[in-house]
Design a binder for this molecule. Structure first.
Ligand code: SAH
Ligand code: SF4
Ligand code: F3S
Length: 426
């Protein structure tokens, strides 16, 4: 069978798609990159906002109209299966049932919302998109229950993979020529808590240092108050661990943070950021903000602007609040901030963030940095620094190549670099 995948949502979903592709290929099926060649289309879905969910229904509608067979996996499949059933899709496979993909594709399973995520391990075949940089899930689920968020309902409770199995997978990746690994989790810094034997993200990162071949280790996403001193010290200690922390704040108003069930205050959040900056030389911080959470006033939003000013993010995702069925916020609080106010607040934050990015990038122009090439096309390549800045160079350089470049300019949001001696000219 020829299968085409369409993937929405976070890195977790991107990686789940890679696993499902691996399983299908292993069972003798083919993955196609052109829709018109497909016997089956699998949509791996995201439910984080109304917009992401609605994209799924309209895509199913279009595909069905054109006669395609459609299967649905991911977060919408897990949490909105009743609605999906009305669309007459071939199958619905939940986030923890991805190992059922082959049976589903072969028409032997229509629905699986059960939890057998523990079947995914270092021996599972994976067909990865990139040849040099690999995603590695280390913890499934989320136990935090932020009041606005659907993820705990779509991904289930936290379950950490055994540390030895993760290390086996990383070893295998290194043997297969990978030189970057990103450890993934909704709360990657919760890794190990449920194992109750002292396992932690810091310990995993430390153990990983024994593996040759991997030049950089990344981890995504960190929950602010779960960042331990041990983790910060580990990041500071080892040169192969990325100096970037992605730590969503969501809001700068203590009143809103409380309503969101985020377990830190504005002040505590900034203390964590400052601690990282004081201990990890050259650390950069990334963040997420939701604007227009119910009852958010101009004063609350001013607090968010102030937090963003002080946190000095290298990158920031801003999203308008979207009520999600089944969450505490959608039950308790009417969505009372109008879309036009949400849009204005988003624009303000985005413009502030542009200024911050400009100053953070202009201050490093002229410096020499080491980058690893992530992608290339059309005689241009993007490389990433250890502190997660993307650098564009005007040459075609193979994925995974490590090189030193001089940063030459920051224009329209893009950082440009130049190689000293062009080893890859032509
Ligand atoms: N585990 C991560 C984020 C997971 S969801 C964390 O704790 O931060 C990714 C991002 O989607 C969140 O950071 C948040 O900014 C956004 N998001 C989640 N639910 C949302 C909602 N109901 N409306 C708008 N944005 C939302
Ligand atoms: Fe959602 Fe909060 Fe869990 Fe992040 S920590 S996935 S925002 S519930
Ligand atoms: Fe979306 Fe599910 Fe990820 S809701 S953001 S795909 S965990």
């Amino acid at each position: 069978m020829k299968v085409f995948f369409r993937t929405y949502g976070c890195q977790m979903n991107v990686h789940d798609t890679e696993i499902m592709k691996g399983l299908l290929v292993n069972a003798g099926h083919a993955i196609v990159t052109e829709l018109k060649m497909a016997d089956l289309v699998v949509i791996n879905t995201c439910a984080v906002r109304g917009k992401s969910e609605n994209k799924v229904y309209s895509l199913i509608g279009r595909l069905k109209k054109n006669g395609y067979k459609v299967g649905v996996t991911g977060c919408v499949a897990q949490a909105m299966s009743d609605k999906l059933k009305k669309y007459n899709v071939e199958f619905i496979i939940g986030t923890r049932a991805i190992t059922s993909i082959t049976q589903a594709a072969e028409g032997m399973k229509e629905i699986d919302l059960e939890d057998h995520i523990c079947e995914v391990n270092s021996k599972t075949p994976v067909l990865r998109d990139q040849k040099k940089h690999a995603w590695v899930n280390i913890i499934a689920g989320c136990d935090k229950f932020c009041t606005y968020c659907i993820v705990p309902y779509t991904r289930g409770r936290e379950l950490s993979r055994p540390i030895e199995d993760i290390i086996d997978e990383v070893r295998l990746l290194a043997l297969n020529g990978y030189n970057q690994v990103t450890f993934l989790g909704q709360n990657v810094d919760s890794y190990g808590k449920d194992l109750k034997d002292g396992t932690s993200l810091a310990r995993l990162l430390e153990l990983s240092q024994e593996i040759d071949g991997i030049k950089r280790f990344w981890f995504l996403t960190s929950y602010p108050s779960d960042i331990t001193d041990e983790l910060i010290d580990t990041v500071a200690k080892y040169p192969r661990i990325s100096k970037n922390f992605h730590i969503p704040a969501q809001s700068g108003s203590d009143r809103i943070l409380k309503k969101m069930n985020r377990r830190y205050s504005h002040r505590e959040y900034l203390e964590i950021v400052n601690k990282i900056r004081s201990k990890v030389a050259g650390a950069t911080i990334g963040g997420d903000i939701i604007v227009g959470f119910p009852t958010e006033t101009d004063e609350d939003f001013e607090e968010t602007l102030s937090l963003v000013r002080d946190a000095k993010y290298i990158r920031l995702n801003v999203a308008p609040y979207s009520p999600r069925n089944g969450t505490v916020a959608s039950k308790l609080y009417p969505d009372d901030v109008t879309y036009s106010i949400k849009k204005k607040r988003m624009a303000k934050l985005t413009s502030l963030q542009h200024d911050i990015e400009r100053s953070l990038n202009e201050e490093i122009i002229g410096q020499e940095v080491e980058i690893i090439i992530e992608s290339n096309s059309d005689r241009r390549s993007y490389g990433r620094t250890i502190d997660n800045r993307m650098v564009l160079i005007d040459e075609m350089i193979p994925e995974g190549e490590i090189l030193k470049v001089r940063l030459t300019a920051f224009k329209s949001g893009t950082l440009y670099g130049q190689m000293k001696v062009s080893a890859f000219a032509k």
